[in-house]
Design a protein around this ligand. Structure first.
Ligand code: NCD
Length: 328
């Protein structure tokens, strides 16, 4: 595995399966009465968030804490960034504090790459979402969720997503989640179809390793998982569709549409959801929707990523023998 995690495209199939398998080990820790491992004791993880986040930020924080790392949370609001401090000066400050890993979310596509390749810091850089570019740990937690739901038994340990058909629906143009998922899912052997209004399909999509369709109803019966994307109003500087009602009518997932999916198929959403727009409340709250499960899986997946990048000095999870010793 590389030293940083900037793009899902950096991961080979074996890297990705190793992360998913390690995440399964981490998930087992969450079922123990004491959810903490000593693995990253004495290491420092900095969460550097220049853009709003709920799930991703608390998920990385919980992951680092469960591995016993020291965690520093830095959000641009209320820091010297609002006084105009540059990424470079912020990075030098983190380096002076001895950060072993920097988890960065930034509104500019490419900021994590710049940080990783600048020589400003020595630690590992993890991209937690950069502009409209990539969000690799979201794709990993999505793949983890799909493997558990669609591959099993034993949560599909050691296996990839070969032959599974995944449909990603909505605002693909502004979605770093969609980009990372297309890369990772393809690496894991899945077949990906994007469904979006023509105005929300990125230029150059022909070179992506996936199909594109404009007809959701036609694709649903052939999908093992349907991932709904948030319509990202904050990134829109023009009118991409006539009205919200029109969007929901053609590209939203409601109960009637969900009924067209095969019985085993799941509905996914990375959050935050626009209920009533890309997904109805009825679908969001149904047992087929994995949105809440995805959040829980995010902690285990990020634990695995931090553990593997920081090369924890002890085995991630104690062996049976060691565990017995521990309990004496
Ligand atoms: C996504 C993001 O921030 O890119 N959310 C997330 O990380 N859970 C998707 C979105 O904002 O719509």
């Amino acid at each position: 595995m590389k030293r940083h995690l900037i793009s899902a495209a950096d991961l080979s199939r074996d890297d990705a399966v190793l992360i998913l398998d390690t995440a399964e080990e981490m998930a087992r820790v969450a079922d123990r009465p004491i959810k903490k491992l000593p693995t990253l004791r004495g290491r420092t993880v900095v969460n550097l968030f220049f853009e709003d986040s709920t799930r991703t930020r608390i998920s990385f924080e919980a992951a680092a804490k469960r591995l016993s790392a020291d965690v520093i949370n830095f959000s641009a609001k209320g820091s010297s960034v609002s006084k105009g401090e540059s990424l470079k000066d912020t990075a030098l400050t983190l380096e002076a504090m001895g950060a072993d890993a920097v988890v960065i979310r930034h509104h500019a596509s490419g900021a994590p790459y710049r940080l990783a390749n600048s020589g400003w810091i020595d630690g590992a850089v993890v991209n937690a979402g950069d502009g409209t570019h990539e969000h690799p740990t979201q794709a990993l937690l999505d793949a983890f969720t799909m493997r558990r739901r669609l591959v099993g038994p034993d949560a599909g340990l050691g296996k990839d997503l070969s032959g599974r058909r995944i449909t990603i629906v909505g605002d693909v143009l502004h979605s770093r989640v969609a980009r990372s998922n297309v890369h990772l899912l393809t690496t894991l052997g899945a077949e990906v179809t994007l469904v979006a209004p023509p105005t929300l399909v990125p230029v150059g999509v022909e070179s992506w390793p996936c199909e594109v369709s404009y007809d959701l109803d036609q694709v649903l019966p052939k999908s093992d998982a349907v991932m709904m994307l948030r319509v990202q109003r904050e990134r829109m500087n023009a009118a991409f569709f006539p009205t919200e009602r029109e969007y929901a009518r053609r590209y939203g997932l409601d109960a009637d549409r969900m009924a067209k999916m095969p019985e085993h198929a799941v509905v996914m959403h990375p959050g935050p959801m626009n209920r009533g727009m890309e997904i109805t409340a009825e679908v969001a709250d149904s047992v087929r929707c994995t949105a809440v499960e995805q959040v829980a899986n995010g902690v285990s997946t990020r634990m695995a990523v931090l553990y593997l990048l920081l090369g924890g000095s002890e085995p991630a999870v104690a062996t049976n023998h060691a565990r017995t010793e521990e309990n004496k």
